[in-house]
Design a protein around this ligand. Sequence first.
Ligand code: SME
Length: 137
Amino acid sequence: SFDNASPDEKLTNVCELLQKNISYYDWVGFYFANEAEKTLHLKAFAGEPTDHTVIPFGKGICGQVAVSNNNFVVPDVQAQDNYIACSITVKSEIVIPLFKDGKNIGQIDIDSNTADPFTEEDERFLEWVNEQVAKVL
Ligand code: SME
């Protein structure tokens, strides 16, 4: 159940809920920052396993969000030069920073096999998801 779940299990539940219910959310994961190492670490995900469980700050879409503190919506991943490909089926991506006490501590990362599916509604929704997650961390 949700109540008995560990923090990591709760994060996995959130990933699975989003991935199963939103047709164009094909891979959903949470990365968290290691400030000393300046790396992001994959904590929970739903979808195909990825080789990219550790990402240096600045590298790829995720690494750029670790530095910028801003949402990053990518309608076409092939148009990005600083991009880390996890699967050849992925066409687009959205990364939303997760703030705890005003600090960027991680992010939700969503890959889509659909071209250009993400709107401002996704941004507002995922900001809200991250706010809820921050409360239980
Ligand atoms: N595409 C991401 C890497 C993480 S995978 O999408 C799971 C990036 O460019 O940072």
